[in-house]
Design a protein around this ligand. Structure first.
Ligand SMILES: [Zn+2]
Length: 73
């Protein structure tokens, strides 16, 4: 995994859906603060996550009208 150092810490965060941005009890943020993890690395991981989220079709929400339907047949 490309960001295994981050993804290995993620399950240890207080919240399961932690974005590692401003959540209390975030282990990833703690690693950045202690110098174990580079801040720009966390930044890159978060932009990657946002990209993946944009590509995932959602039924409702601000991007709901942009769903591209895949042909099943
Ligand atoms: Zn976190």
């Amino acid at each position: 995994m490309l960001f295994s150092d981050i993804t290995e810490l993620a399950p240890l965060c207080r919240f399961r859906d932690c974005t590692h941005a401003h959540e209390p009890g975030c282990l990833v943020q703690a690693a950045v603060k202690s110098g174990t993890l580079a801040a720009d690395r966390l930044e890159r991981w978060r932009s990657l996550l946002a990209e993946n989220r944009d590509r995932t079709p959602v039924i409702s929400g601000p991007r709901g009208n942009k769903i591209v339907r895949k042909k099943k047949y």
